[in-house]
Design a protein around this ligand. Structure first.
Ligand code: UGA
Length: 437
């Protein structure tokens, strides 16, 4: 089927390339000419493992093309996905201007039936608003609206797209359902399609509810980690045993420095806004925001405790700046918050990451005493404390004997619990972690 995907950001690109992989003919549209030029040359503006190879494959199979021309892209394509950004406004609500501008352009340029599908995370009621925009501009156009929220995680997005737990589709008529079921039938060859159909409002809500629930789960385990530290329990054993209960489930029960990224913090604020507008009190979600905010402050306190003295004047090696491993994304990254607070408290921070150094340099430009190191061991050299903030695999495989030759202090604070405590201690280090006395 011919599919148009508008917006070549994270969601649009991954979805477009994966739709091509499952056999559709995809045209990706973006109004940024330089981005389109790069994509036509096979250059991907984001870091996502495996995506470049998949793009090359789709290009040689002539299944994907990139353009700024929406009118041409939509010709012969019934399904038009909107995957542009919905950044957070100052009041926490989702900024819908890009989505509505695209809806307007579709209405102006469409010449025959279109199924307009939102893939971006949009507030409840957006489907209806898009329908009104299209109807007002082009009353004669035959069209339907659908919602098809995306559940991709950065770093493992291709696998998430290709092997989804479920695909959520919100529709209002049979024709839309038929088109979307055809699109996704290619994903579920020889197996029962895991597609959940609902009305549009419910589909829009499912996305926010899922992200809010996962964020709550993380904050819950982070607070249990604090309790373990206070009473002498072990959060690793606790989360393992809790996760074995299938009603709870083992995933997203890893304690850490708090959740970040472009989705959970933004979506949780957006859901609160939707609730406020509708006079609904979401006190639980409110407290998750507070808990996650305190988390980063608490991590800085843990750094002070591990140092055993004031932070000012100490050299602290920070391993990891991205909000999680396998991405260059630093949006709402706990690491950048921690680094900024350490800098304000007078520490000398030696920061390193595998992909996120350039982004962090810009984000943290106003803070003093931060040096950036491509090489992990160069960041560690001469440090009073090593803090692991992002769970990159190379930090798990840290060469402790080498570390011993370049630091005297030999203290490690592992905010992701990725190291083997016994081995670290046997190697002669003081080891501090999360949720373990
Ligand atoms: C999240 C959701 O997991 C996706 O399903 C969703 O599609 C996406 O948001 C979105 O709305 O677009 P993502 O932000 O890429 O995906 O990252 P996650 O892997 O979910 O991690 C989010 C944060 O939670 C990270 O800071 C991570 O370190 C933290 N986390 C995650 C924990 O602290 N503990 C865990 O057990 C899991």
């Amino acid at each position: 089927m011919k599919i148009t995907v508008i917006g070549s950001g994270y969601v649009g690109l991954v979805s477009g390339i994966c739709f091509a992989k499952i056999g559709h003919e995809v045209v990706c549209v973006d109004n940024d000419q330089s981005k389109i030029d790069k994509l036509n040359q096979g250059i991907i503006p984001i870091y996502e493992p495996g995506l470049k190879e998949l793009l090359e494959e789709a290009k040689s199979a002539q299944k994907i093309s990139f353009t700024t021309d929406l009118e041409a892209a939509m010709q012969g394509s019934q399904a038009v996905f909107i995957a542009v950004g919905t950044p957070q406004d100052e009041d926490g609500s989702a900024n819908m201007s890009y989505v509505f501008a695209v809806a307007k352009e579709i209405a102006q340029k469409a010449q025959d039936y279109k199924l307009i599908i939102t893939k971006s995370t949009v507030p409840v009621g957006t489907g209806g608003k898009i329908a009104k925009i299209v109807k007002d501009i082009n009353p004669n156009l035959e069209f339907s609206i659908a919602s098809n929220p995306e559940f991709l995680r950065e770093g493992v997005a291709i696998d998430d797209f290709m092997n989804p737990d479920r695909v959520v589709v919100g529709v209002e008529d049979e024709k839309s359902k038929e088109i979307l079921s055809q699109i996704y039938s290619n994903l579920f060859v020889n197996e029962e399609p895991r597609v959940v159909y609902s009305d549009i409002t419910t589909a829009e809500l499912i996305k926010y509810a899922s992200n809010s629930f996962l964020a709550t789960k993380i904050s819950f385990i982070n607070e249990m980690a604090d309790l373990c530290e206070a009473v002498g329990g072990d959060v690793k054993q606790l989360s393992y045993a809790m996760g074995l209960d299938t009603r709870i489930g083992e995933k997203f029960l890893n304690p850490g420095p708090g959740f970040g990224g472009s989705c959970f913090p933004k979506d949780i604020m957006a859901v609160l806004n939707i609730a406020k507008e509708n006079d609904v009190n979401l006190s639980l979600i409110n407290s998750v925001i507070t808990s996650n905010k305190h988390r980063k402050v608490h991590m800085v306190e843990k750094i002070k405790d591990a140092l055993g003295s004031e932070i000012a004047g100490k050299k602290i090696a920070v391993l990891g700046l991205a909000f999680k491993a396998n991405t260059d994304d630093i949006r709402y990254s706990p690491a950048t918050v921690i680094v900024s607070q350490l800098s304000q408290k007078g520490a000398k921070v030696a920061a390193t990451d595998l992909q996120a150094i350039e982004n962090s340099k810009q984000e943290l430009a106003e803070f003093d005493n931060i040096t950036y190191h491509e090489d992990t061991y160069s960041a560690i050299e001469g440090s009073d404390l090593i803090v692991i903030v992002t769970e990159w695999k190379i930090y798990k495989d840290l060469d402790l004997e080498k570390v011993k030759t370049i630091t005297k202090a030999r203290k490690i604070l592992d905010l992701r619990n990725i190291l083997d405590a016994k081995k670290v201690k046997e190697a002669g280090f003081e080891y501090y972690s999360i949720g373990q006395k």
